[in-house]
Design a protein around this ligand. Structure first.
Ligand code: 6PG
Length: 246
């Protein structure tokens, strides 16, 4: 599924609405909802909308569990922390029990942070047999086509036997900082994945990813293909200009 929004505000509303419906539909059929947040600037406005009282009071947040697709190895109050962004826009504004917040501990050394996050996932999903099935994974896409912290050409992109890895990324435009990320098999085992993209610098990447022409090695976003789940692309303006000229 593909939706192109004319303004950034409409994209934010579309993303918030998508998350809201996914939570509602899922919680009518099961006890808990696992939501994987993405970092980056694009989802920030959507998280803020989701926490507005008119929407927020319709959700049973005690049954929603929050995870992250990736994190920079920085302390939780650092400007670059994905946890901090989510805390400011969403978590601090809603009645989440502490036990529902499953953050990546970016303040730890990268390997240790990856191991600690794996243990959290195993605890939640009940062991490492098979793969975890998150109810919804939100992803942004960088100008180089990266998703979560899976960058073009990095070994992490090829990992199939681990749920979580630590990565050192040393090429621009990404900052020189270690990160922890879930792997592609985990993303592709989700019940729903939403790729949220804004920014004109990404239009060509979006076109390539959606064209079907194989660019799997250079374009991580093209490898986001949930095996049994739903994939939705939510685009703003120029990011979708080759798909549906505006
Ligand atoms: C991050 C994410 C990264 C992000 C993309 C898109 O924490 O930065 O790992 O994958 O989602 O770089 O970011 P924007 O939405 O800011 O363009």
């Amino acid at each position: 599924m593909l939706q192109i929004f004319k303004t950034f505000d409409e994209l934010a509303q579309g993303v918030a609405g998508y998350i809201f419906s996914a939570i509602g539909q899922t919680l009518s059929a099961q006890d808990r909802f696992s939501l994987v947040l993405s970092g980056g600037s694009t989802p920030r406005a959507a998280y803020t909308l989701l926490s507005e009282p008119a929407i927020a009071r319709q959700v049973d947040w005690a049954r929603v569990h929050i995870f992250w697709g990736d994190e920079r190895c920085v302390p939780p109050d650092h400007n670059e922390s994905n946890f901090r962004m989510a805390r400011e826009t969403l978590l601090s504004r809603l009645p989440f029990p502490e036990r529902n917040i499953h953050r990546i501990q970016g303040e730890l050394p990268p390997q240790q942070a990856a191991e600690a996050y794996l243990q959290q996932l195993e605890g939640f999903f009940g062991g490492q047999s098979g793969l975890p099935h998150f109810d919804l994974v939100l992803l942004g896409m960088g100008e180089d086509g990266h998703v979560a912290s899976l960058f073009p050409g990095d070994a992490a992109l090829e990992v199939v036997d681990r749920w979580v890895v630590a990565v050192e990324h040393d090429r621009p435009p990404a900052p020189l900082v270690a990160r922890v990320t879930v792997t592609l098999p985990v993303i592709n085992a989700a019940r729903r994945v939403a790729l949220i993209v804004s920014g004109s610098g990404k239009a060509e990447r979006v076109r390539q990813a959606l064209s079907g022409a194989d660019a799997a090695e250079t374009l991580p976003a093209q490898r986001v293909k949930p095996k049994q789940g739903e994939l939705v692309w939510l685009l703003y303006g120029d990011a979708g200009k080759w798909i549906n000229p505006i």
